[in-house]
Design a binder for this molecule. Structure first.
Ligand code: CUK
Ligand code: CUA
Length: 763
């Protein structure tokens, strides 16, 4: 942080000097650019703090909800450059998500009542934690509309699992993880009967409608949620909202706020005041305080009842066993955020200017001494607000969410109505600073701000409205994520990023060094199951198998051809094409599609993917690689021939080229010349300490891999030449050159890398 200020000063000095000496500088000096673009020194400072030069990387990585897009958006901080969209609840064609067989199975996990639901209202991402700190292994995110949770593995940033909540019809407060990611918490939103497909009239709201909180058991070794070990607490038909897990002294507990504890039922069409009036009539709602550790034990002890095959602890059991309590919280609360030390719980008032800071110690004292002010209509003990409060602070209009700084006692709260971020001290209850944002902020997010060790430095304001901030793109505006420097005493606005995909509610930011994604898969891996793919194929073992009307192709991909290059089937056949990417080179992804059959696969190095379709129309359908993978990418294709019933071949010969001996000799010379280039590059690489550069070692391995494929081809073309078959002689010589080109390409890339990264001569 000090560093920032030092940098800032010297930058300002530099800029100042520039301004003073304008006349002497060339046309594109800093001062001229500032002037020409109408930038202030403050702008320059912000630019310097966010600019990440070419070749450099961001310090933090953000996982943002993609809102209604059903995806997750990944971007870097401080540059705010978008790095990836991860398909989660919605098919995502680039990654083949929903267009290949394994990813279709992941999406099928999110089917409800036998129906595909191909969108999601994603809200709250959470990074897996170890001892309360982000560990960078998994990401979870919820779908508010169709209560579901997804698991994303951060080794490959792919969605591995979607689970459907068995008892809720909507949810909001998910996902929040416990200190060691034992459970992923998901709370209901709008009350409904817990039994599936059960109708009760709205008049029976109080008796038959329920809310709840689900604790999804996460198996870290498998990287999957275990549905049979998961459970829910039945809760009154208050509208449960957000949640947070306890940590440190409050570990084993979780907190879920609620609104509309009025249990109001609207009905504008019947002349009743709308929900918005009826749901905010009372001065307080309830914070639910739950001992989840004990709840898990009760479930193990058989105290849960099964609803829709899922373990649910009835309210009476939770009350009797002393694991569920309520604390009044002011007027239509929204966020609930446990402080990094786990001692305090901060709830914002949405319709109240205050945030309320509750003390876990006081809550526990009340529970221990049995000091309750009343019971709610369902018999749940209510702790007096005064007995639980640490402090209340008036921050401004519409406080929503709170995040924490690396500095003790410092928190940031979003003020929706004021369109401001408030920085304040929650230990002393003092407001320290306010910054206007643009406009109407929902969530905010500090780096690692949900963990026990927030990293400070930056804050992102996730603003709901952009209004006039960007070039207009029609009535539907992007959202505005604003980057704020929180390293000094005063917050400083640095950058506006339009987010053009859904309404991202929440985001989490992690130190980029904690993420260790893989470069390639072990050859033959099904990335969605993390297991060996039954359709995996090695080079030279490609085959097409036809059994009845089922055709299975076991193929491979490598620059720049697909094996096989012709697939012949009969009309009506069910065709499955398994493809293994044999590449090991970083970023050598191939794509695959077959014209008009609505299939697509992204096949990263080592991955095996299957696409499946019914060849229900006769004809000729090109298939090809969809990623520009090499200079001869466009040649990476083949034909699917769907033959009519009873078709018999008539003309058996393929059209021939007219190659001559001269063509052959020219190709052979090209091969010899290229080999000389390769040899010189190899000589350079081996003359320096290339082994000290793992990236280069990988490139060299890949290069020799490619060159290795030329084995036996020289004999082959010479054999055809001896028989004066110039077509085959020329083409096989050409194929050697194709491999050489890829070798040279990698070799030159390695050479450039070594030159740019200070490789040293070795003897
Ligand atoms: S909620 Cu969107 S601003 Cu769904 Cu987390 Cu508060
Ligand atoms: Cu492989 Cu293009």
């Amino acid at each position: 942080m000090k560093q920032f200020n030092k940098q800032a000063t010297s930058l300002l000095l530099a800029a100042g000097m520039g301004l003073a000496a304008t006349a002497a500088w060339s046309a594109d000096n800093l001062a001229d650019v500032l002037k020409a673009r109408g930038l202030s020194q403050q702008d320059l400072l912000a630019a310097a703090k966010t600019y990440v030069p070419t070749g450099k990387r961001d310090e933090f990585v953000v996982f943002s909800s993609g809102g209604q897009s059903g995806q997750v958006i990944v971007y870097g901080i401080p540059s705010m450059r978008i790095l990836k969209y991860i398909g989660v609840f919605t098919p995502e064609p680039w990654q083949g998500y929903g267009f290949d067989e394994s990813s279709k199975k992941v999406l099928a996990g999110g089917r409800i009542d036998g129906k595909d639901i191909t969108w999601g209202d994603t809200h709250h991402p959470a990074i897996s934690e170890t001892n309360g700190e982000y560990d960078g292994q998994f990401l979870f995110i919820n779908d508010k509309a169709n209560p579901r949770i997804a698991v994303i593995d951060l080794r490959d940033f792919e969605t591995k699992q979607i689970v459907v909540n068995p008892v809720f019809k909507s949810e909001h407060g998910g996902t929040f993880v416990t200190t060691n990611t034992e459970y992923v918490i998901e709370a209901a939103q709008y009350p409904a009967p817990l039994e599936n497909k059960k109708f009760y009239p709205l008049e029976e709201m109080n008796e038959k409608y329920r809310g709840g909180v689900t604790y999804w058991k996460f198996d870290r070794k498998e990287g999957r949620i275990q549905t049979n070990e998961s459970f829910s607490l039945e809760l009154p038909p208050y509208w449960q909202d957000l949640s947070d897990a306890g940590k440190g002294p409050s570990e084993g507990w979780s907190f879920t706020n609620s609104f509309c504890s009025e249990r109001y039922v609207g009905g504008i069409e019947k002349g009743r005041p709308p929900y918005e009036a009826g749901c905010s009539a009372k001065d307080t709602d309830y914070l639910h305080v739950i001992n989840w550790k004990k709840a898990a034990e009760l479930v193990k002890a058989g105290k849960a009842k099964k609803i829709n095959g899922h373990n649910v602890l009835p309210i009476e059991v939770s009350v009797k066993e002393g694991i569920l309590f309520l604390v009044p919280e002011p007027k239509s609360p929204h966020g609930v955020d446990v402080t990094p030390d786990g001692k305090l719980i901060i709830v914002a008032g949405k319709l109240d200017t205050h945030v309320s800071v509750f003390s876990f110690e006081k809550i526990q004292a009340a529970i221990q001494s049995g000091k309750f002010e009343s019971k709610d209509p369902y018999g749940i003990p209510v702790i007096g607000m005064k007995d639980a409060l640490h402090v209340q602070v008036s921050l401004g209009l519409g406080p929503l969410h709170t995040q924490y700084d690396s500095k003790p006692c410092i928190a940031y709260t979003s003020l929706y109505v004021d369109s401001q971020v408030a920085k304040w001290n929650y230990c002393e209850g003092k407001v320290l600073d306010k910054l206007s944002v643009h406009y109407n902020i929902g969530h905010l997010m500090t780096m690692e701000g949900d963990s026990t060790k927030p990293a400070g430095k930056y804050l992102v304001a996730l603003n709901k409205l952009a209004i006039d901030r960007f070039v207009p793109v029609g009535p539907l505006h992007p959202q505005n994520h604003q980057l704020i420097d929180i390293s000094g005493d005063k917050m400083q606005l640095l950058y506006d990023m339009p987010l053009p995909l859904g309404e991202p509610h929440y985001a989490v930011g992690i130190d980029a060094k904690k993420l260790k994604p893989a470069v390639r898969y072990k050859v033959g891996t099904d990335s969605r199951t993390d297991k060996p793919h039954p359709g995996a194929t090695l080079a030279g073992q490609e085959k097409t198998v036809k059994k009845g009307n089922k055709v299975e192709v076991f193929g491979t991909l490598i620059r720049s051809h697909i094996t096989p290059e012709t697939i012949e089937v009969d009309v009506g056949d069910e065709v499955t094409i398994h493809l293994t990417n044999l590449e090991r080179a970083q970023d050598e992804t191939h794509g695959f599609t077959v014209s008009t059959f609505n299939v697509h696969a992204s096949v990263e190095p080592g991955k095996t993917v299957s696409v499946k379709f019914k060849a229900d129309k006769e004809g000729v359908y090109p298939y090809y690689c969809t990623e520009f993978c090499s200079a001869l990418h466009l040649e990476m294709m083949g034909y699917l021939l769907v033959k009519p019933k009873g078709w018999k071949p008539t003309k058996m010969e393929l059209a021939k080229g007219s190659y001559t001996e001269a063509d052959y000799k020219a190709t052979v010379k090209k091969v010899v010349d290229t080999q000389a280039i390769i040899d010189s590059v190899v000589a350079y690489i081996t003359s320096v300490n290339y082994k000290d550069f793992p990236d280069v070692v990988a490139m060299v391995e890949d290069a020799f891999d490619q060159l290795g494929k030329t084995k036996g081809l020289k004999e082959k073309h010479e054999g055809f030449a001896a028989k004066k078959d110039w077509e085959n002689a020329n083409l096989w010589a050409e194929q050697i050159w194709q491999y050489q080109v890829k070798t040279a390409d990698l070799g030159l890339r390695a050479k450039t890398y070594l030159e740019q990264n200070g490789a040293k001569k070795v003897k």
